[in-house]
Design a protein around this ligand. Structure first.
Ligand code: KG4
Ligand code: ZN
Length: 344
């Protein structure tokens, strides 16, 4: 089968991502973010994100075409994230993708955002081909999911996910408690560098023996956030200064520990010696280091695509659609809508 030329549209959260791929080759990856507009609210505001997509889509598509030297008429197919994500934000991308596919008379592929994150790995030209099965840990401001991937196009199983906040969201909320700006992940990372990760031990969510029976691969970060808030309150009530670096380091350690512990438990339980990491929180140096170190000790190989492919982007959506086309999958009908809770 010839390598299909595909344009992918991603609008599930605050990034307007347009990607163009030819088969497994990345031609362009254009991203416009409305992050700055959300900063004063301390988190992504759905209505603001949807409006921003509406404004950013057309210029982003033009930029991606210019960057790749591709003409719209060259495209073999159009791909779009149909879920999960923010309903209004998704709808903007789905509407645009449908119009494009209809006007160009090309097939349209509606794809799952989480599976798209896994497909990002395929575009990493420096890495050997992805092998199956693999466990995937996806951590961002919107999701924290553990998946078992037997085949990217036909067999992805959700093992577990967060029961409350996403890991990135927890970083953002705790940063706020510490008076650090949004997005909080990079800020906490920076502050933690000067702290002692063992100075304060914060709780690891869903990690007790009984939790590991019922929620073995699930995560919970709201209790951790509350524990940090209580700890700070008590300090302040006692009139003592808050050691920001130690709190940041202790919090980060708790998040990283539980993410890596559960991901490696999934590898062990399923006899899978491969772990793929994805999502914007993978930018966290400590998470990478702990994952690499503990995985190596268990004989598990870790794959981490370049960060530009780990954060939300359109190229991963195009890449997944290219795999679907090359595996002979029929395109979507135009009757699908945005599904904020679309399962994998
Ligand atoms: O994938 P992403 O760029 O976008 C969405 O979730 O939409 O992830 C952004 C999230 C934010 O919550 C941000 O605070 C977090 O990733 N993040 C980090 C780091 N860099 C970004 N969290 C921890 N450590 C970091 N270095
Ligand atoms: Zn994402």
């Amino acid at each position: 089968r010839a390598e299909p030329l595909i344009l992918g549209i991603e609008t599930s959260c605050d990034e307007t991502g347009i990607g163009i791929v030819r088969g497994r080759t990345l031609l362009s990856n254009t991203i416009a973010s409305s992050m700055d507009e959300h900063a004063r609210y301390g988190g992504v505001v759905p209505e603001v994100a949807a409006r921003a997509h509406l404004e950013a889509l057309e210029p982003a598509i033009r930029a991606a075409l210019a960057e790749s030297g591709v003409a719209l008429s060259d495209l073999d197919a159009v791909a779009v994230t149909s879920g999960p994500g923010l309903a209004g934000a998704l709808m903007v991308g789905v509407g645009a993708a449908k119009s494009l596919a209809v006007s160009l008379d090309r097939p349209l592929y509606a794809v799952n955002h989480l599976v798209g994150h896994i497909a990002a790995d395929i575009l990493d030209a420096d890495a050997p081909p992805l092998e199956y099965p693999t466990v995937a840990l996806l951590v961002s401001g919107g999701h924290t999911s553990l998946l078992l991937v037997r085949d990217l196009t036909s067999d992805v199983e959700l093992l577990g996910e967060t029961m409350d906040d996403a890991a990135g969201e927890a970083f953002d909320k705790v940063a706020r408690l510490l008076g650090l700006p949004y997005p909080g992940g990079p800020e906490i990372d920076r502050a933690a560098a000067a702290g002692d990760p063992g100075a304060i031990r914060f709780p690891r969510g869903l990690s007790r023996a009984s939790d590991m029976a019922d929620h073995r691969y699930d995560f919970s970060f709201s209790g951790l956030k509350t524990a940090v808030a209580r700890w700070i309150e008590q300090r302040e009530a006692a009139g003592e200064p808050v050691p920001v670096a130690d709190v940041a380091a202790g919090f980060r350690e708790a998040v990283v520990d539980v993410l890596v512990t559960k991901a490696l438990a999934a590898c062990r339980d399923h006899g899978v010696p491969r772990l793929l990491l994805g999502g914007g929180v993978i930018a966290n140096r400590r998470l990478r280091d702990v994952a690499l170190e503990r995985a190596a000790a268990e004989g598990v190989t870790v794959r981490i695509p370049p960060l530009s492919l780990c954060t939300d982007n359109g190229a991963m959506i195009a890449a997944l659609a290219a795999e679907l086309v090359m595996s002979g999958r029929r395109p979507s009908t135009l009757r699908f809508g945005a599904d904020s809770t679309l399962p994998v």
